[in-house]
Design a binder for this molecule. Structure first.
Ligand SMILES: [Zn+2]
Length: 66
């Protein structure tokens, strides 16, 4: 299974780095082009034009099931 350590992206338009730190922590950059959500539960991205609107900076880790 994949563990989400950090859930964050950088907006390629305004340069803001936004991080969702918990499940319902919805963050939008200052120019409004991109958003993140999901915290450590899932990686949700919202963008205006395409995935080139942001740079993925999230940190995930593969973990063997216990
Ligand atoms: Zn932006």
């Amino acid at each position: 299974m994949k563990i989400i350590i950090r859930n964050l992206i950088r907006c390629n338009h305004c340069g803001d780095i936004i991080e969702s730190t918990h499940r319902h922590d919805f963050k939008t950059c200052s120019c409004g082009s991109v958003s993140v959500d999901g915290g450590h539960d899932y990686l949700r991205r919202c963008y205006t034009n395409s995935k080139r609107d942001f740079t993925e900076l999230s940190v995930t880790e593969e973990k063997e099931p216990q």
